[in-house]
Design a protein around this ligand. Structure first.
Ligand code: GLN
Length: 427
């Protein structure tokens, strides 16, 4: 995008303001990560139409680390379903660090899929005859989320493998209580490779935009995971994605997010966009300092907090019935979901309908009517028909949603529908 577009301008401003920040420390328990350039900083944002915006070093490669966890969780949810996965990995915030032994007393079940214990269990749950085949599936799904073929940084993999005893201990502990399927050392090895997959901020933005877009990659158009899986993953990111800082993050930033120790950070604004940052220095909770500050600024600036007026869209309907008392006309536009249907149908409720006579529901400019709204429209029209009112629906989509019923007719033009209802309603 050109520099003068408002989104690039906002990213560039936020980037410029935070670039001189010097807080945070590089992760050094994986020796290769301690070699990173602490000054590298990139931001990327991808919309639901696949529009890409970036600022700074958005194309610099780094290892995905824990930012892989939501996507591998998505893979096992898509393969095994929420019930089966939850038998192995719970979905409660642990209130502890990413590498804590947050296992349920008695069963050894990890608290959630965003901490290491839960992520290792997810990796172990991937169906496949060998570790290599399971890893191929991981690389395959991460690549589909990113919309390009990703690869592994072998030196980071070897480095984590050389110093990964804590994760090995976690896996052995789970295995000893029966809460990890298969061979624990194989599971940890696959998990280390998964953490060493190389990405850029732009890749991560496309990946998280895919979750925000209901599981369909907005750039490639490919359906990577089913919509309910994307919703489940975003829910666990919202409650557990930032480890023991998850509550404060939800309060202040208000977006499902996930951090990684190499400096990657993603956040999703559902149905709006995915945003990613890369900056290696971390705070004590393992959160990239510049990335977190950038997300917080963007969320405030664009009013993205999840709890901030989520459903206040453009007006979806208009009402007229003045000129001809015999007919009330309600017209709607856009996408009709539960909220839009409630607003639309309230105008047709006995409370709001002042006059007797016919009702025209003009849905000619409607883009879509979802399943819940369809049910609501049908029930409302059935109720009006039962009162003996002539009812007409305008538009192809609207007529399909309204279905058929006593006294109900379909038209392609609003004028025709009003004329017909007025005629039928004449005493
Ligand atoms: N590979 C890292 C580990 O297991 C990932 C941790 C993280 O990114 N928070 O320690």
């Amino acid at each position: 995008m050109a520099m003068h577009d408002p989104v690039t301008a906002a990213l560039t401003q936020v980037h410029a303001r935070l670039a001189s920040q010097r807080d945070g420390k590089l992760a050094d328990y994986i020796t290769q990560l301690a070699l990173a350039d602490a000054g590298t900083f990139g931001l990327a944002l991808v919309s639901m139409e696949g529009h890409q915006y970036r600022a700074g070093r958005a194309q610099s490669p780094f290892t995905v680390q824990s930012v892989s966890k939501p996507f591998v969780y998505a893979l096992v949810l898509a393969e095994l379903g929420l019930e089966e996965v939850t038998r192995w990995v719970d979905a409660e915030p642990s209130g502890e660090a990413f590498n804590a032994i947050s296992l349920e007393p008695g069963t050894g079940r990890p608290a959630n899929a965003m901490i290491n214990a839960g992520a290792i269990a997810c990796t172990a749950l991937i169906p496949g005859p060998t570790g290599a085949r399971r890893f191929d599936r991981i690389l395959g799904i991460l690549s589909r989320f990113a919309g390009r073929n990703l690869d592994v940084d072998e030196s980071v993999y070897a480095s984590e493998s050389a110093s990964g005893d804590r994760n090995r201990a976690l896996a052995c502990l789970m295995s000893s209580t029966g809460s990890l399927p298969g061979d624990p050392s194989g599971a940890v090895d696959t998990y280390f490779r998964q953490c060493a997959v190389r990405v850029t901020a732009v890749d991560l933005a496309v990946m998280v935009a895919t979750l925000a877009n209901g599981g369909t990659n907005p750039v490639t158009g490919s359906a990577v995971v089913p919509e309910p899986v994307a919703v489940q993953v975003l829910a666990v990111m919202a409650s557990c994605g930032m480890y023991d800082a998850s509550g404060k993050w939800l309060l202040r930033v208000g977006l499902p997010a996930k951090s990684g120790v190499a400096g990657g950070l993603i956040a999703a604004s559902p149905a709006r966009f995915g945003v990613a940052a890369f900056s290696p220095p971390l705070d004590p909770a393992g959160t990239p300092v510049r990335g977190a500050a950038a997300m917080r600024e963007l969320s405030e600036r664009f009013g993205l907090h999840l709890m901030h007026n989520p459903a206040r869209g453009a007006p979806t309907f208009s009402l007229s019935g003045g000129q001809d008392e015999r007919v009330t006309l309600v017209a709607a536009q856009g996408a009709i979901d539960f909220t839009a249907a409630e607003r639309l149908l309230y105008a047709l409720s006995p409370l709001a309908l002042k006059t007797g006579g016919g009702v025209v529901l003009d849905l000619a400019d409607v883009m879509s009517v979802d399943a819940r709204a369809t049910e609501m429209v049908r029930a409302a029209l059935t109720g009006l028909g039962a009162q003996g009112r002539p009812v007409a629906v305008v538009g192809r989509l609207g007529s399909a949603a309204a279905g058929t019923g006593p006294g109900r007719r379909s038209f392609t033009s609003g004028q025709e529908a009003v004329a017909c209802c007025a005629e039928v309603g004449r005493p």
